[in-house]
Design a protein around this ligand. Structure first.
Ligand code: CO
Length: 134
């Protein structure tokens, strides 16, 4: 069902500093800063040849990554994102198998303008998994 690794997301407290590190020190191409108020995050994408790194930092008081950064003040790997061909099919399959989908259990539009779901990390060996329709 899952296809390519779309991105690995790293939560950071200072996104300017983190994107400068990827751009100037590691020599990677980076995107503009995007604000996603509906997800409570700001993001910068680092383009690699075979995948992307998504730098994320909290936006607003109710950001879902605020607690993560309180526990991991230096930042850390927050989630991995795999591509699927049909997000509705994947959502139905996984929820019928007992896997918890975060939020209201339905796909919503993610950082690339495509529908995504997040699977509960406690059901996925401690890793928050995002599935994104290709
Ligand atoms: Co993501």
């Amino acid at each position: 069902m899952i296809g390519q690794l779309n991105h690995v997301a790293i939560a950071v407290s200072d996104i300017k500093k983190a994107s400068n590190f990827y751009h100037f020190n590691l020599g990677a191409d980076i995107s503009e800063l995007h604000e996603l108020p509906e997800h409570g995050v700001q993001t910068v994408f680092v383009d690699l040849q075979n995948t992307k790194i998504e730098l994320i930092t909290p936006l607003g008081e109710n950001s879902p990554i605020k607690a993560f950064l309180e526990k991991n003040p230096e930042g850390g790997i927050h989630h991995v994102c795999y591509e699927v061909l049909d997000i509705n099919k994947a959502t139905k399959k996984l929820s019928s198998e007992g896997y918890r989908i975060l939020g209201d259990g339905q796909p919503k539009i993610g950082a690339h303008g495509k529908p995504v779901i997040f699977l509960h990390p406690k059901d996925c060996f401690g890793c928050l998994i995002e599935l994104e329709e290709k």
